[in-house]
Unconditional design. Structure first.
Length: 66
């Protein structure tokens, strides 16, 4: 099972139902909100958002570019 780790959180990839990314290009800010199975929502701060997206992109590369 693949887990995304960011900050003090560890979330199984299979538990993530949806990802919402908000960015402010001019301010160089990016924020991620995760919707988890069961309806829970997690809003990540900028540092955790970047860490999550880096891990997510790595996972996409591994799965899609084999």
């Amino acid at each position: 099972m693949t887990f995304f780790e960011f900050g003090r959180h560890k979330v199984a990839m299979t538990d993530i139902h949806d990802i919402n990314v908000e960015y402010r290009y001019q301010d160089m800010e990016i924020f991620v909100d995760l919707e988890l199975n069961g309806g829970a929502q997690v809003s990540l701060n900028i540092e955790d958002s970047i860490a999550f997206l880096e891990q997510f992109i790595t996972k996409v590369r591994e799965e899609r570019l084999r």
